[in-house]
Design a protein around this ligand. Structure first.
Ligand code: HPA
Length: 270
């Protein structure tokens, strides 16, 4: 608890007690979301007890700002498990956001499409996830003041927010796909056999993040919505070998559409 207090004190001091109600986590290549936003930026490495994010294409900053009249905090890059962060470190910002007053979380990520109904560049609304990381951010002593020991996971991704997202996508003429996100630890991409296995398990896309954040958000009773940008077809589904450069490039184009979609949803929610 002392740790959380130190982080909160630092952020409150730097932002003059800015109280965001919405948090947005930006995945690979979605940096453009912040292009027209002004506010207070704080580098992760200055924030007590925050992890480190070293992946190319991630800025490593929190931005406190207003978006369409709502107070927001934007995470430009996340703490991945595959970087050596513990599950607790990877999800620490979610706990901090909750304490700052955030009640709605937007999660975004880059992911590989697991079947041919998905095309490179598609935006997929996450309607559920499979945590295939073999670890869970809630392992350890439970803080009963934050959430339950055995939290329900029947609506991790808030249905009402999903409905709003679908309506906004129609309005903006965005062809929004919908499906299940499967999280692996990474950092290696999948083998062809793994891709076949994940399809059989009922997943539509595969990525290396997000599920731990969504689990903690649900535990903390935050409303949550998630989007995957299909930056590539997973191994064996498409023709090409996978590269992080390709992931970043596609992320940028669809990132503009996804940015518009998220900002429109923010305008609509109360
Ligand atoms: N697999 C896992 N993670 C990813 C992929 C992928 O194909 N693309 C972007 N993130």
């Amino acid at each position: 608890m002392e740790k959380i207090k130190e982080t909160l004190d630092y952020l409150n001091f730097k932002t003059n007690n800015f109280k965001p109600e919405i948090a947005i986590i930006l995945g690979s290549g979605l940096g453009c979301f912040c292009d027209n936003l002004n506010g207070i930026s704080i580098k992760y490495n200055e924030i007590p007890h925050f992890g480190s994010s070293s992946v190319l294409g991630h800025k490593g900053e929190l931005l406190f700002c207003e978006i369409n009249g709502k107070k927001c905090v934007v995470m430009q890059g996340r703490f991945h498990y595959y970087e050596g962060n513990s599950m607790q470190t990877a999800t620490y910002p979610i706990k901090i956001f909750k304490k700052l007053g955030v009640n709605t979380l937007f999660i975004t990520n880059a992911a590989g499409g697991l079947h041919k109904d998905l095309n490179v560049g598609d935006i997929m609304l996450i309607n559920d996830h499979i945590n295939f990381m073999g670890d869970n951010p809630l392992i350890g002593k439970n803080d009963d003041t934050l959430g339950e020991r055995f939290p329900d996971m029947s609506e991790v991704y808030t249905i009402k927010l999903q409905d709003i997202a679908k309506n906004c996508a129609k309005e903006l003429n965005i062809n929004l796909k919908e499906g299940v996100y499967l999280a692996t630890t990474g950092p290696s991409y999948e083998t062809k056999a793994e891709v076949r296995a994940y399809r059989l398990l009922g997943a539509d896309v595969v990525g290396m993040s997000s599920a731990p954040e969504a689990i903690v958000a649900s535990y903390l009773k935050m409303k949550t919505i998630g989007f995957s940008v299909v930056t590539n077809l997973a191994t064996g589904v498409g023709e090409n070998k996978l590269s992080h450069d390709e992931v970043l490039e596609i992320g940028k184009i669809s990132g503009i559409n996804l940015s518009n979609l998220i900002k429109t949803i923010i305008e609509k929610i109360d």
